[in-house]
Design a binder for this molecule. Structure first.
Ligand SMILES: [Zn+2]
Length: 125
C-alpha cells in the first residue's frame, strides 16, 4: 500500500529529527502533501494514527498542508498552477489552464515532505 510507505517515511523523518534534538515528546508535526502525491489523505491520516501509537509522537497534532500542482506547459509555455481532474486520486489528469494541453512538465506538487515539527526537550522544563 502506497500510503503505508508514505506514512512510515513521515514517521521516520520525525523520529530522526526528534532523536537528534533529544526530544522527549513531539507536540506538532506539519506535513506538506503535494496535490500530485497520489495518496488518499484520509487513509494517510488513519495509518499515521496507528503508527504513532506508543511512540513519542503519539500525542502530537498532525497538520497537513496541501501544495498545489505547478506545471510548465510544453505547448504555450504557461508556468504556474495546473488545472487538475483528480476524481481518481491515483491517476489525476494535469492540464494547462491556459490552453488545456496535457503536455506539461510537473515542477512541484509530487512530494510529501515533513515541513516542521515542534518538540519538547528536557531542558524546556
Ligand atoms: Zn498551455
Amino acid at each position: 500500500m502506497h500510503e503505508l510507505s508514505m506514512a512510515q517515511g513521515i514517521i521516520n523523518a520525525v523520529l530522526d529529527t526528534a532523536n537528534e534534538n533529544n526530544a522527549t515528546e513531539v507536540n506538532e508535526v506539519t506535513v506538506e502533501v503535494g496535490r500530485l502525491a497520489m495518496i488518499n489523505p484520509e487513509q494517510l491520516q488513519f495509518i499515521l494514527g496507528v503508527l504513532i501509537e506508543n511512540t513519542i509522537i503519539e500525542d502530537a497534532e498532525i497538520n497537513f498542508e496541501e501544495i498545489p500542482a505547478e506545471i510548465k506547459c510544453l505547448d504555450c509555455e504557461f508556468d504556474g498552477e495546473a488545472v487538475l481532474d483528480d476524481s481518481d486520486h491515483y491517476a489525476p489528469l494535469v492540464k494547462c489552464p491556459n490552453c488545456d494541453s496535457l503536455s506539461v512538465d510537473i515542477i512541484n506538487g509530487k512530494d510529501i515532505v515533513v515541513k516542521n515539527i515542534v518538540i519538547e526537550k528536557p531542558d524546556d522544563v
